[in-house]
Design a binder for this molecule. Sequence first.
Ligand code: BGC
Length: 496
Amino acid sequence: MSVNVTSTSPVFGSFRLPPSVKGAPRFRMAVRSNVVSVNAPILTKLQQECATPLPVLRHVAGAMTADMRAGLAVDGGSDLKMILSYVDSLPTGNERGLFYALDLGGTNFRVLRVQLGGNEERVQATEFEQVSIPQELMFGTSEELFDFIASGLAKFAEKEGGIFHLPHGRQRETGFTFSFPVKQTSIDSGILIKWTKGFAVSGTAGKDVVACLNEAMQRQRLDMRVSALVNDAVATLAGARYWDDDVTLAVILGTGTNACYVERVDAIPKLQGHKSSSGKTIINTEWGAFSKGLPLTMFDRDMDAASINPGEQIFEKTISGMYLGEIVRRVLLKMAEAGGLFGKAVPEKLSMPFVLRTPDICAMQQDDSEDLQAVESILYDVAGVESNLNARKIVTEVCDTIVKRGSRLAGAGIVGILQKMEEDSKGVIFGKRTVVAMDGGLYENYPHYRTYLQEAVNELLGTEISKNIVIEHTKDGSGIGAALLASANSKYDHDY
Ligand code: BGC
């Protein structure tokens, strides 16, 4: 049995397609015959600068492999932090009991409880709620943010009942998925290095985020113990491995991006004295910070300069859901200003940062109507833009260019990690079925992105090897994964 309870709060910033385009306003625009000729050179230049032919992909994959090694050799050795997760063993299926998971990673947070029934019954029931995080909390104080989260968690815990059963005298335990760069200090503690994905909460960086949550839970009089602090990529890997032993790598492609994988402890020079009974551990690469060899444009550089973390998270800013729509907006604005793409005047709304979101460009790219109706109505609804057919065609080309670059580079990143693992243990990755567990709204909801990513992986690996590499979407794996890791690190004995 599985029970899902969702809250009615809107999912802020989620990757949903806009409502139907039926009834969209129809415009009779005077066709500016020079729309195409003036903008063609801008488009051509963009396409050239964003191109990702095989040599570029190879270079990026190679640089990713090299950066991984440099980051494993010494702390600060490369853009990639290669963070030790303290998760040394992955779920086996034997996990039993009631566990919670709390997931803070983007514009909403999720709470979940799961009743685990061991190898026979596996996941007996799950319940979850999702609450959107008010925008002002993303720029507020640490205390405000953690109070808000702890209060949501406390309300959720109060509703526990039915099949969900906590043995008498036991404290509730939760996994805490915190999807920002954290320097783990143990399985249940870690220091926030910096916020990403548009968060600018004061007073958290440099602090132990579990302590912040514990203090907030105390203020809410919620008696719950955080038994595992994990990144969302790590939780996804654990959740996917619960069902499939061939999973060795997990990737998040959503608002932000990241990847983690199973590494041999003896292949991590910077780790001295870390004991792992399995001889393995999960490394959180924090690959969003990667930056080598990426084909970037002035639009990327300008967006980065205007961001709250200039010079940081360059890979993330090129491939992830938070930024793709914004890059497209910047290109369109330039075309409107320099090439009169939308008529003589530059539509005012188009100057607003982040007004065009990645779900909008996804919907536009999926428009296969002859007169590009959906493109027309989205441009109008979202950016206040009136467009003729020529302009709309150019807009879809721009979307395609930016999305193709991002997805193919993501594919190169995946191959970079696989290559590293294969180099260290010949045949272990390419010589057998290897599963890449994938989660995140961008991958889940953007068909073109998925296709281009897979194409890049195939091009890089060739037909034979790519048959062995399965990229599998593991929806909500991270929630269950965090609960499973909470169970594995429970303070109680496992035989109840
Ligand atoms: C964070 C990662 C996280 C990723 C996906 C990035 O911005 O730095 O820790 O895993 O987003 O949520």
